[in-house]
Design a protein around this ligand. Structure first.
Ligand code: FES
Length: 101
């Protein structure tokens, strides 16, 4: 069961493999923009994944297309609603408002 830690709050939560990063964000009580109900459409759940990236599910076409339209995307970028947790502990940076579209 991966431990998901958040930057900058320092909160953490243990989740089941296969849960989405967005589910972990919500379980930890972190605030994030999620206007599309996790359908890879709003871009508001853009986060940076610092540790455990390789353990996450691969980036699919919809996530890739949405990330392409977001300003400030980098090699650590994922959409929290699309990235599913693997077995490794994961560190996620929650970005401020305005990081999405
Ligand atoms: S919640 Fe809208 S893109 Fe993830």
């Amino acid at each position: 069961m991966p431990l998901v830690s958040f930057i900058p709050s320092g909160k953490s939560v243990t989740m089941s493999e296969g849960a989405s990063v967005l589910q972990a964000v919500l379980a930890a009580g972190e605030a994030i923009v999620s206007k599309c109900d996790g359908k890879a459409q709003c871009g508001g759940c853009h986060v940076f994944v610092h540790d455990g990236r390789k353990s996450l599910s691969k980036i699919g076409r919809e996530e890739n297309e949405r990330l392409d339209s977001i300003v400030g995307v980098g090699s650590k970028s994922r959409l929290a609603c699309q990235a599913k947790l693997g077995s490794e502990d994961t560190t996620v940076e929650i970005l401020g408002f305005g990081s999405g579209l």
